[in-house]
Write a protein that binds this ligand. Structure first.
Ligand SMILES: Nc1ncnc2c1ncn2[C@@H]1O[C@H](COP(=O)(O)OP(=O)(O)O)[C@@H](O)[C@H]1O
Ligand SMILES: O=C(OP(=O)(O)O)[C@H](O)COP(=O)(O)O
Length: 408
């Protein structure tokens, strides 16, 4: 028997509230298409084809950041993938939203506004507290069932993820089922040879928070991105300067530096740091500097350097398994893609077991013409998949489990 009730178990003609994760890269204020849309489209299409009335919840970005936008642009991209009209209302649980929900006919699909625009969505709290918010108390009675398809956000205790499954009968969507099965199987897999994790990206706090717990599974970590610069800073190098308008370093440094220092002290031999870094030179071209030559914090670094790529390549090639969490640089800009693409190419050339995770990071595969088939699993989850690798439960998933499931 399946771990969850799935959308196959929904009563006919249900009014369903579905949580997706459409959190996407934003360029010039607009969302970019990515595999989150394509994968969630399957769940939405199946629900609409079955004649349910479908309202969708999703978030975009974090308040205060540039990527915190309305979901109006997301509806059109999703509609293309679903092959059906997807309505949008710029409201989540106010009168406009409730009227649009009320007007849904069988097979209709409606996307509600960014959940993080509601005060009740964040911050994290227990499922019962979140179920008791105005957001959940207002919307839940309008629906017969809640479907969670947002595996990649299941590590967050937000109202739309943990409140609704307390208030309504809860079901897993297709992405939730497949990601859960894949990542649970991966977490249990045993490897004979070295297991390597490539750690980068901007969400350093998420990954540093689980590195200790990953210690039994991962033999060595190859660092880059913002996470890598926090490690370099803890090792005494003057790095970690934000690009204008970004606030990636100071808060994350405050939150993680004790942990990073402890990891370097206790597991330093398992940590490989960049030996050179890339930045935008005065002429606008890519320039590189050796970390050992840095004596003051003058530049924002946007990629690991070419010697670092050359250093990481052989370590990947001799690995039995490689897990990628986060990009080694700002690969969306071709000048700073060498680290991320170099690592992905090294993985693709070997027959090691490999997982590439993260909504942003996994985009590098198609942007640089790599073949998804050369990786064992490409997850649309980043933080959630590495948390699953530690064997720790994901709060939103625990609430979907059947009562008679033995905790598989
Ligand atoms: N040094 C850096 N400075 C700023 N951004 C970076 C840096 N290195 C990597 N990135 C960005 O990290 C993003 C991916 O990180 P993150 O959001 O943590 O991962 P994901 O969404 O894939 O889980 C990429 O979009 C890339 O541009
Ligand atoms: O994109 C996400 O996570 P990821 O970057 O770890 O893949 C999820 O939508 C969670 O978003 P959050 O990290 O702002 O809570």
């Amino acid at each position: 028997m399946s771990t969850f009730q799935t959308i196959d178990d929904l009563p006919a003609s249900s009014r369903v509230l579905v949580r997706l994760d459409l959190n996407s890269p934003i360029e010039d204020g607009e969302p970019r298409d990515n595999r989150r849309f394509e994968r969630h489209a399957r769940t939405v299409r199946e629900l609409a084809d079955a004649g349910h009335r479908v309202a969708l919840l999703a978030h975009q970005g974090r308040p205060g950041r540039d990527d915190f936008t309305s979901l109006s642009g997301h509806a059109a991209i999703l509609a293309d993938h679903v092959g059906r009209e997807v309505g949008f209302v710029a409201d989540t649980y106010g009168e406009e939203a409730l009227a649009a929900i009320e007007a849904l006919e069988a097979g209709d699909v409606l996307l509600l506004e960014n959940t993080r625009m509601c005060d009740d969505e964040l911050p994290e709290a227990s499922p019962t507290e979140k179920a008791d918010t105005e957001f959940v108390r207002t919307l839940a009675p309008r629906f017969d069932a809640y479907v969670n398809d947002a595996y990649s956000a299941a590590h967050r205790k937000h109202a739309s993820l943990v409140g609704f499954p307390v208030a309504l009968p809860a079901y897993a969507g297709r992405v939730m089922e497949t990601e859960y099965e894949a990542n649970t199987a991966i977490a249990r897999k045993e490897f004979d040879g070295p297991v390597t994790m490539v750690v980068g990206g901007t969400k350093a706090t998420d990954v540093i928070g689980v590195m200790d717990a990953l210690g039994d599974r991962v033999d060595r970590f190859l660092l880059g991105g913002v996470a890598g610069e926090l490690f370099l800073r803890a090792a005494g190098h003057p790095v970690g300067r934000d690009l204008e308008g970004m606030d990636l370093f100071d808060e994350q440094w405050e939150a993680t530096h004790d942990t990073v220092e402890a990891i370097l002290e206790e597991r330093g031999d398992a940590i490989r740091l960049a030996i050179d870094l890339a930045y935008e030179g005065a002429d606008g071209d890519r320039a590189e500097v050796r970390v050992a030559d840095l004596d003051e914090k003058t530049d924002a670094y946007l990629d690991v350097g070419s010697d670092t790529v050359a250093d990481y390549g052989p370590l990947i090639r001799e690995s039995d398994a490689v897990f990628v969490k986060g990009a080694l640089g700002v690969f969306e800009d071709e000048r700073f893609a060498d680290g991320t693409v170099g690592v992905l190419e090294a993985i693709a050339e070997t027959d090691c077991f490999s997982v590439v995770g993260g909504g942003d990071t996994s985009r590098a595969i198609e942007l640089y013409g790599l073949d998804e088939a050369d990786f064992s699993h490409v997850s649309i989850a980043g933080g959630a998949y590495i948390r699953a690798l530690t064997g720790e439960p994901l709060p939103a998933i625990e609430l979907l489990r059947r009562a008679d499931d033995g905790g598989a």
